[in-house]
Write a protein that binds this ligand. Sequence first.
Ligand code: ATP
Length: 211
Amino acid sequence: MTNTLIGIFGGTFDPIHKGHLACARYVLEHCQLNSVRLMPCHLPPHRATPGVSSAERAKMVQLAIAGEPKMQLESLELNRQAPSYTVDSLLTLKQQHPRQPLAFIIGMDSLQYFKKWHRWQDILQLAHLIVCRRPGYSAEQGDAPALLKEYSGNLQQLTTQEAGVILLLNNPDFAESATFVRQQLPLNTEIQAMLTPAVMQYIRQQRLYGC
Ligand code: ATP
């Protein structure tokens, strides 16, 4: 199979920060993708419903990627009135693009509990996983070692196989975290540097996160 990979970066993006953008850029540069679709979830299944609406989170994604020609907003989860299970979104994308392999992008924190994701085996039947390292989260913890032992592969396999390969990247540390941003934003203006100016402006205009 020589078809171009479709990169999908799912997240709560509450809010989108420079760490997300750095991951997407790194994947674009190192995994020979034409584009990465950033897919904000509507109702995250693994955590409390965010205080900021999915429409607002999607708007921030749009603002953050405005100057990134290879990044797009993927809005398919926004209108689904059910928990935003990744497997359902990948099924939809696979129907839309049956001939192209899908690569779902996650950070190491997500890989550590990936076996708790709804129908995780089906996710690996539908897509590859591209994993960005993340400071504070080792590949030796949680579900990561067993998953890497069974599914780990190289870049070439992402295009020669249809799904089921986990590619662990060697990206530098991207320190940003949305939890930290949410906690610190009202207290510490230096945290603003973790966001793009357009996202920060939107947060102020809409008075999000206690700003
Ligand atoms: P929160 O702190 O609210 O959990 P987050 O910063 O992890 O948020 P999410 O929107 O939940 O952001 O993340 C979407 C995806 O991006 C996840 O798979 C997460 O692991 C990954 N990710 C987020 N920030 C980083 C980072 N700094 N380095 C590597 N991966 C990251």
